[in-house]
Design a binder for this molecule. Structure first.
Ligand SMILES: Nc1ncnc2c1ncn2[C@@H]1O[C@H](COP(=O)(O)OP(=O)(O)O)[C@@H](O)[C@H]1O
Ligand SMILES: [Mg+2]
Length: 236
């Protein structure tokens, strides 16, 4: 029997919808960053605060639409990776800076540890960025205010290891195996918004890079998510 997958009308609609939303969201982010960073025309602190809030909402929408689109593409076998030489250390630093608005909002402290020498992988940069952002966002969302988040990068044999550890609400052991399924959201003490696609998308993308993703958690103590990705071979 031929193994074909026919997307249903809702899926197709969501894919078109999220795809079309990407352009205005990106234009909004670009315009806001231009105003906020314009040294020759500085704005007052009241307006800066308002524009920063709008920028953060736009970034949130961007993450949401990208996860939806990624899920749709992978469901339909269209998750084509555009692999290139990637400075993983630099990418993680950029993501930490991108996500600082979420971490700062909750007055959390993010500590980053990496070897002195930059780590290189062969990867689809935009997709790996999505994985990193989803994990940092979870660590922040599912932890209390003023808590600590540890982000670590290291090399083990032929792999780059990226880890995000939080000291937040944690996950019950019986629920751990479910979190990589799509649309899964567990009950949390704190009501947070989300689609249940973050970890699903993270797994799809790491698997596509021939890597792996692993989660360890203890209820009320915290969670550690570890990603393993093959290092770039010395031949490149
Ligand atoms: N760091 C974490 N600490 C505690 N629970 C988590 C963590 N990361 C994920 N989870 C749980 O797994 C579920 C799925 O995560 P995810 O796929 O990122 O979806 P979303 O964040 O949109 O709900 C979350 O709703 C949450 O219940
Ligand atoms: Mg999430």
């Amino acid at each position: 029997m031929q193994n074909t997958f026919t997307p249903n009308i809702n899926d197709t609609f969501i894919a078109m919808f999220t795809h079309d939303l990407k352009t205005p969201i990106n234009s909004g982010i670009y315009a806001l960053e231009m105003i906020l960073n314009d040294k020759s025309n500085p704005i007052n602190s009241y307006h800066r605060e308002i524009l920063n809030d709008i920028l953060n909402s736009e970034k949130y929408m961007k993450n949401l639409t990208e996860n939806m689109l990624c899920k749709y593409k992978s469901d339909n076998g269209h998750l084509d990776l555009n692999k290139e030489k990637c400075n993983f250390t630099k990418l993680v630093k950029n993501c930490i800076s991108d996500m600082s608005y979420i971490v700062n909002e909750k007055k959390q402290t993010l500590i980053f540890n990496a070897p002195e020498e930059d780590i290189f992988i062969n990867a689809d940069i935009l997709n790996i960025k999505r994985v990193i952002n989803n994990l940092i966002s979870n660590a922040s969302k599912y932890s209390k205010t003023s808590s600590k988040i540890l982000v670590t990068l290291e090399v083990n044999k032929n792999n780059a290891i990226f880890q995000v550890q939080d000291f937040g609400y944690g996950i019950e052991i019986n629920n751990l195996s479910k979190v990589f399924d799509k649309y899964v959201r567990l009950a949390n003490k704190q009501k947070t918004s989300g689609t249940g696609l973050g970890l699903y998308v993270a797994k799809v993308i790491t698997d596509a890079h021939k890597g792996s993703i692993d989660i360890k958690s203890k209820k009320d103590y915290g969670t550690t998510v570890t990603i393993k990705l093959p290092l770039m071979s010395k031949k490149h």
